[in-house]
Design a binder for this molecule. Structure first.
Ligand SMILES: NC(=O)C1=CN([C@@H]2O[C@H](COP(=O)(O)OP(=O)(O)OC[C@H]3O[C@@H](n4cnc5c(N)ncnc54)[C@H](OP(=O)(O)O)[C@@H]3O)[C@@H](O)[C@H]2O)C=CC1
Ligand SMILES: O=C(O)C(=O)CO
Length: 312
């Protein structure tokens, strides 16, 4: 079995060593331009078209959870990967825990009013503030897939009212499920903290816009952990100015790195991180991919297959 590997920034040697340990029977090599030799599987992130084009692969594995970049590449170059070759993505592989850490720490930061205390500290003011009530702190998770479910589950132990929004109805204990566009207004009504974990698809681009933000509770908060294009930045800034939003924590941006003249940098109630909410963890990802390849080889079903028509 031949496997080719390409990632523009990972340490190829470390990955190939780990893959060889997990799949000792396979011949695994880093793909370099001009390599047209046989391959059964390709493991990729932002692959050049020529790496995949014309190959008779059994499957391609994306080395991340979001497949929007490879799907947009496929849109421009459909010849890169025929529909008959399955594309898989990473499911959790350590990203769930990272998202939980991020979301819980930020929700508690706002719930305990550390943002306000930080502002008071700047003015050298010693001033205990009124506490927020848990029941006024409804958390709504946009996207109840692998990562959204993990995040909702981790917030449950803190006793906040929880709800999720997805395409299909979910049954996550302690989390009220809203499904489909017609239930989005009910999901938003009363939501105080909105956490985005949707995939980037034509239906979700720009979803966090003025109309959506206006339906949230007053003095609400947004955490964007998914993709920058979900948020209409001008509408977010306007909602911060109007008082509809009290704060935003952003990990992802329409343009990354975020240009230095973007007004989000200077906004006192916007916190941000450089697309690091959840990174691909080598050992978990290798274990996931190795197990999936073994299952494919045995003719068994494998989860994580991307539905190219749906876009995730
Ligand atoms: N910032 C970072 O570091 C990282 C960001 N990400 C981002 O997180 C995203 C989510 O990952 P993951 O949880 O694994 O993805 P999943 O595919 O498991 O979950 C996606 C969820 O979104 C829902 N959804 C999709 N389209 C719609 C729609 N039109 N209306 C309502 N709900 C919709 C799905 O509904 P249903 O269940 O009904 O299909 C599903 O619940 C990734 O696509 C990626 O962009 C991922 C990793 C790291
Ligand atoms: O896996 C993903 O989709 C990511 O965004 C990793 O940073």
């Amino acid at each position: 079995m031949d496997i080719i590997f390409y990632h523009p920034s990972f340490n190829n040697n470390d990955w190939i060593r780990a893959l060889r340990q997990a799949l000792p029977q396979a011949n695994i090599r880093a793909w370099t331009p001009g390599d047209n030799a046989h391959a059964d599987y390709a493991l990729v992130w932002h692959p050049p078209v020529e790496m995949l084009k014309g190959r008779q692969l059994k499957a391609v594995f994306a080395l991340g959870a979001g497949v929007d970049s490879i799907l947009s590449q496929l849109h421009a170059h459909p010849e890169m990967l025929p529909e008959s070759i399955p594309l898989f993505r990473l499911e959790d592989t350590g990203m769930g825990l990272q998202m939980q850490e991020y979301a819980v720490s930020q929700v508690l930061h706002w719930f305990r009013r550390f943002d306000d205390y930080q502002a008071l500290k700047q003015q050298a003011k010693w001033q205990p503030l009124e506490e927020y009530e848990r029941e006024d702190f409804t958390i709504g998770v946009l996207g109840a897939g692998v990562l959204g479910t993990k995040v909702a589950e981790s917030l449950r132990q803190w006793g906040f009212p929880l709800r999720s929004w997805s395409r299909s109805r979910k049954n996550i204990p302690g989390v009220t499920s809203f499904a489909g566009g017609e239930e989005l207004p009910a999901f938003l009504h009363g939501t105080r903290v909105l956490i985005n974990l949707l995939p980037n698809t034509p239906e979700t681009t720009g979803i966090i816009n003025r109309a959506l933000l206006n339906q949230l509770a007053d003095n609400s908060y947004v955490i964007n952990l998914a993709r920058g294009v979900h948020v209409v930045e001008g509408d977010l800034l306007a909602a911060l100015e109007s008082g509809k939003l009290k704060g935003a924590m952003l990990d992802v941006f329409s343009r990354e790195p975020l240009p230095s003249d973007n007004p989000l940098w200077a906004h006192p109630r916007v916190a941000m991180t450089p697309h690091m909410a959840a990174t691909t963890r080598r050992s978990e990802a290798v274990a996931f991919i190795a197990q999936a390849i073994q299952r494919i080889e045995r003719g068994e079903a494998v989860s994580g297959r991307v539905d190219r028509a749906r876009g995730y």
